[in-house]
Design a protein around this ligand. Structure first.
Ligand code: SF4
Length: 207
């Protein structure tokens, strides 16, 4: 089965959609390269900055970034070295475990991240032209496709607590600083922690 073969996809909507997604991926690659040229960053460096801006604190490590970039530890370490040399990232031992080195954005890194944060705006604008019911249908379909790819190990999905099956909202009314609960790690959650992307996220819809 070759989605690239026009004869094959003439009779196969799934092949036509696969090629449409391929074209979108080409646009995304182009957008990252273009923004990278403008900001003197590589596409991997942009992804690393965005990861450190939005991921849950505990995964901001070389290992966490390496899974997100789907790159080797050595390659990821090189990306972090480059960002560190530019003054955008600093390595810091975790206070409770000095052997674990975490990665943090510096003030300059945060400012730089703000300049690349809207890199997917062109894609979002193209989708927002659709009427709301078609956007909802599109989202349902994409969640199905991404779920299949996640289950087969082709992609790691990081999302926020609010749509996660492990999230227990307001489970600790007596703890104003950490009112929610994560059943995956069996620990209370601060409100602010629920707004970061987490690699352990499992959507409620997969129940
Ligand atoms: S597993 Fe789910 S509830 Fe727990 S921190 Fe991750 S996203 Fe939040």
């Amino acid at each position: 089965m070759s989605s690239f073969n026009p004869r094959h996809r003439a009779d196969n909507p799934s092949g036509q959609i696969a090629i449409a997604l391929y074209r979108v991926s080409q646009v995304i690659g182009y957008l990252f390269r273009k923004r990278g040229t403008e900001q003197n960053l590589s596409p991997a460096q942009i992804q690393a900055l965005l990861f450190l801006r939005y991921s849950r604190t505990g995964v901001r490590t070389i290992g966490g970034l390496s899974s997100r970039l789907a790159s080797s530890y050595a390659t990821t370490s090189g990306v972090v070295d480059a960002l560190e040399n530019k003054g955008f990232v600093k390595r810091q031992p975790l206070p409770e475990d000095q052997r674990t080195i975490t990665l943090q954005l510096t003030e300059a890194g945060s400012q730089k991240t703000a300049l690349v944060d809207d890199v997917l705006e062109v894609i979002e604008n193209a989708i927002s032209d659709l009427p709301p019911d078609k956007q909802q249908a599109f989202m349902d379909v994409m969640q199905h496709v991404v779920g299949r790819l996640q289950a087969s190990g082709h992609v790691e999905v990081y999302e926020m607590c609010w749509g996660c099956q492990f999230f227990r909202q307001d489970a600790h009314p007596d703890m104003p600083n950490a009112p929610h609960h994560c059943a995956f790690v069996d620990a209370p959650l601060e409100e602010s922690s629920t707004l970061f992307e987490c690699p352990d996220f499992i959507p409620i819809s997969s129940l």
